[in-house]
Design a binder for this molecule. Structure first.
Ligand code: E4P
Length: 217
């Protein structure tokens, strides 16, 4: 499974990229606006920190606006993926962009039908939103599992990015459901290697070692 960081914060990206386990980055207008920096500047900086795909989202709502913005964004770096919202105009834009060889990530996917349409339009990635679907009583994980089956049934190459990830359990469930990728907020990513029993075990190893050292004197 590939891990993307779901953030536009370059300090977090630099920190976790050092682990060698970050395969890409996803951003959205909310995440970029939190940084208080120019969109193009921040995205270009991210593309220099990670060599994998970096998603940057269009803000236009018409087909013409999305395609024009996508053409601009796609020129920012070789590892750019243009994020397009799941709308009628968005689907049309994805079809055009995929025919032009521009990589796309269709965002705000909440149903299998949406995912299937995006894949058929030629999306490189689709992003089902787990947490937001769970929040309204749905099952983000069931959606990922269903999308996995449907994409496999028809041999689509489109990759599933489990998005709106809220915790380690989402990462586990997304992996079990066969998601290609999980895009993980920095705060969640930074907790993935922690477990209270690891901390407890380390503390007892250290205490036992100290006692043993004292006996040797
Ligand atoms: C990823 O591409 C999405 O923008 C992101 O995962 C949204 O997550 P949220 O529901 O935590 O805002």
């Amino acid at each position: 499974m590939k891990f993307f960081l779901d953030t536009a914060n370059v300090d977090d990206i630099k920190r976790y990229a050092q682990l060698g386990l970050v395969d890409g980055v996803t951003t959205n207008p909310t995440l970029v606006s939190k940084e208080g920096r120019d969109f193009e500047t921040v995205v270009k900086e991210i593309t220099t920190i990670v060599s994998g795909p970096v998603s940057a989202e269009v803000t236009g709502t018409t087909y013409e606006e999305m395609v024009a913005q996508a053409h601009d964004i796609a020129k920012w770096a070789d590892n750019i993926v243009v994020k397009i919202p799941m709308t009628e105009a968005g689907l049309r834009a994805v079809k055009t962009l995929s025919e032009e060889g521009i990589k796309t990530n269709v965002t705000l996917i909440f149903s299998v039908a949406q995912g299937l349409l995006a894949a058929k339009a030629g999306a490189t990635y689709i992003s089902p939103f787990l947490g937001r679907l769970d929040d309204i009583g749905g099952s983000g994980i069931e959606l990922v599992a269903d999308l996995r089956d449907v994409l496999d049934n028809y041999g689509f190459k489109t990759e599933i990015i489990a998005a709106s990830v809220r915790g380690a359990d989402h990462v586990k469930q997304a992996a079990l459901a066969g998601s290609d990728i999980a895009t993980i907020p920095a705060k969640v990513f930074g907790k993935l290697w922690s477990h209270p029993l690891t901390d407890k075990g380390l503390a007892s190893f250290a205490a036992d070692w100290e006692a043993f050292q004292a006996q040797q004197k």
